[in-house]
Structures are given as structure tokens and as C-alpha cells.
Design a protein around this ligand. Structure first.
Ligand code: IPM
Ligand code: MN
Length: 351
């Protein structure tokens, strides 16, 4: 297969972890006879520094004319404590999601047998956990009207959803559930929020199209609790943008490190693949960041092209590295820690 992949390394540890995912993907291309053209482009604080904009038009054109986007991380501490900053790296990410039509964010949480004791939760609680969040990504409070009134003394952020937005996300949830254990949980706050009531009523109406899927409806606060009590009781979960943002951070540490979990953002025919973690500015340039989440995001990218053996080859190599202790300091737990590059090299060589 000939693939054109846009590479948006971004900020902080982004470039370091992306380098490893590119290296591993090149090893896959060599083994399975694919031809990958990498198309680097600027985003985040790096793009603001270069051209004054976190998602420049030129970057959008490169993404929109590629088959997929491999994304590192964005964010820089110099913007975090400056509420008045007009341009922020995160705006680039939101603009990109909207312009590329990436309305479905797929965020899996699974455990690795060799890491069961590294989780903040007890082994018996997490054994067998294998769940996937489908987070709505281009609507809700993130994109509703926001502003100030009363001379700046009052602030508001509107949460808006249309039935069509709920249907297209829920459809992906039902379809995913059909390929797994046929269990779907709709996470909302329908006891309080009107948008949640629209979600619930819409999903309820869709149930008859998927008679084999068992759907449960749970409030977001209860899910936050059950996720740390019995994460292995969930399979596919669908939810709106902000709830999904919060719950997927919570879920991402169950595996033992946030540095392990990949994600995909889908919608149009161009998928975007990125680690769940952020730009981890304190670790920038130190060669200590865990590249596995980004490498596993590349696995999701191949699988999204229907290249399942390629995805599996990456997952197997990552598992081998974990079993052999070829890991970065976040999971080394006192044992020898390897550098970002060394872990990437090992995985690429063992494809
Ligand atoms: C994420 C991030 C982003 C979000 C930020 C950086 C805008 O936290 O991808 O989850 O809130 O969506
Ligand atoms: Mn987040």
C-alpha cells in the first residue's frame, strides 16, 4: 500500500515520541512491503513561534491531502498561567479536529499482563480490563458560544448538541460494540442536563436497530466511581466531549502509565492517531518519555487502514519489550530504565 502520512510532532516530548513511532512504522513498511511518505507539518506552540498560529492553513492542507495524521502532543507551560493569552496551542488542536471532521475520539484502556502490579488499582480489580471510550470530539461545551458579560464579572460556556451529532457518534459506538462483547454504556447526566436528555432519548431510539447490543445508561458521576471499582465491567462507552475528556484521563492510568495508551480520532476519511498523554514539558529533550503510546497509536493507524497484521506486529513487539523490561522510567519501578530512543529502537528492530 502507498500511504501519505502527515506528521505533526508538536510540542514538548512530541517530537521525541513521534520519531520512535515513525521508526517503528518504517520497520513495518519494510517488512510488509508498504511505501510511506511522511509529510511533516507545524502545530501547537511550535507553530505559534514560527508563524503566529497553532494550526496554520499550510498544515491543514498537508493533513487534508494525506491518508492519515500521526500526532505527537501540544501545549507549552508559558500559556498555562496566562489567562489573557489570545493565541494558545490548544486552539490548534480544536481547530484541527473541527476542520478535519474528527468527531469520534476512540480511547481504549487495556491492561498488559506484565504490568498488572504497576497500576494504581489492585490487580484483582483491573485484571481483564479491556474497554473503549468513544468520546464526541467536535461539539458540546468545547464548541458552544462562550464569553463574558456584566463587565467581565460573569462568564459562560454553552453546551449544545444536535440529534444528528449524537446519532453519528452513537452509530460508531453500536458498530464497535457489535465487533466486541455487544455491550454499550451511554454516559450522561440526564438527571440534570437537557443535552444529556437528548443524548439518552436519541440512543434509546437507536436500540431497535441493534437488537443484539445490550445498552446501559449511567450517570457520569457514577461511571467515574465504577471505573476505579470495576473497570473490567465496562466494554464500549459513548459520551459527550467534556465528560469524555475527564473520564478518559481517569481510565488511562489504569494500565499502569498514561504513557501507554493510544488513541484515534475518526470521522472523515482521514484519521488522526495520537497518544493520550500531553506534551510533558518537564521531560522535553531528556530522552525519558515513554514512546509506547505513540507507537501503539501507529498500530491503530495501520488497523484503521485494514492492515491488521501490521497492527498486531507492533502490538506484539511492544508486549515483548514490556515482558523483557525494555521500558522507560515511568514503568521501570526501580529496575533499569531505558531511554525513549532505546525503547523505540528495540521495538523497531523486533518487528
Ligand atoms: C485531550 C486534551 C485536549 C482536550 C486539550 C489539550 C484541548 O486534553 O485531547 O484530551 O481537552 O480535548
Ligand atoms: Mn484531555
Amino acid at each position: 500500500m502507498k500511504l501519505k502520512i502527515a506528521v505533526l510532532a508538536g510540542d514538548g516530548i512530541g517530537p521525541e515520541v513521534i520519531d520512535q513511532a515513525v521508526k517503528v512504522s518504517d520497520a513495518i513498511a519494510k517488512k510488509f512491503n508498504h511505501e510511506i511518505t511522511w509529510r511533516p507539518a507545524l502545530t501547537g506552540a511550535a507553530a505559534i513561534d514560527a508563524v503566529g498560529e497553532p494550526y496554520p492553513d499550510e498544515t491543514h492542507e498537508i493533513c487534508a491531502s494525506s491518508d492519515a495524521v500521526l500526532f505527537g502532543a501540544i501545549g507549552h507551560p508559558r500559556y498555562d498561567n496566562d489567562p489573557l493569552a489570545k493565541v494558545r496551542p490548544e486552539q490548534g488542536l480544536l481547530k484541527m479536529r473541527k476542520k478535519l471532521g474528527l468527531f469520534a475520539n476512540v480511547r481504549p484502556t487495556f491492561t498488559f499482563p506484565s504490568l498488572l502490579d504497576k497500576s494504581p488499582l489492585k490487580r484483582e480489580r483491573i485484571e481483564g480490563t479491556d474497554l473503549v471510550f468513544l468520546r464526541e470530539l467536535t461539539g458540546g461545551i468545547y464548541f458552544g458560544e462562550k464569553g463574558r458579560r456584566d463587565g467581565g464579572e460573569t462568564a459562560f460556556d454553552n453546551c449544545v448538541y444536535t440529534r444528528a451529532e449524537v446519532i453519528r457518534l452513537a452509530k460508531k459506538g453500536f458498530e464497535l460494540a457489535m465487533t466486541r462483547s455487544k455491550k454499550l454504556c451511554c454516559v450522561d447526566k440526564a438527571n440534570v442536563l437537557e443535552t444529556s436528555r437528548l443524548w439518552r432519548e436519541t440512543v434509546q431510539a437507536m436500540e431497535k436497530e441493534y437488537p443484539e447490543v445490550t445498552v446501559s445508561y449511567e450517570f457520569v458521576d457514577a461511571v467515574a466511581m465504577r471505573l476505579v471499582q470495576w473497570p473490567n465491567s465496562y466494554d464500549v462507552l459513548i459520551t459527550e466531549n467534556l465528560f469524555g475528556d475527564i473520564l478518559t484521563d481517569e481510565a488511562s492510568v489504569i494500565s499502569g502509565s498514561m504513557g501507554l495508551m493510544p488513541s484515534a480520532s475518526l470521522g472523515s476519511n482521514i484519521g488522526l492517531f495520537e497518544p493520550i498523554h500531553g506534551s510533558y514539558p518537564q521531560a522535553t529533550g531528556l530522552n525519558i518519555a515513554n514512546p509506547m503510546a505513540t507507537i501503539l497509536s501507529a498500530a491503530m493507524m495501520f488497523e484503521n487502514f485494514g492492515l491488521m497484521d501490521e497492527g498486531k506486529a507492533i502490538r506484539d513487539a511492544v508486549n515483548d519489550a514490556l515482558n523483557k523490561g525494555i521500558v522507560t522510567e515511568d514503568i521501570a519501578d526501580g529496575a533499569k530504565a531505558y531511554g525513549t530512543k532505546e525503547v523505540g529502537n528495540w521495538i523497531a528492530e523486533n518487528i
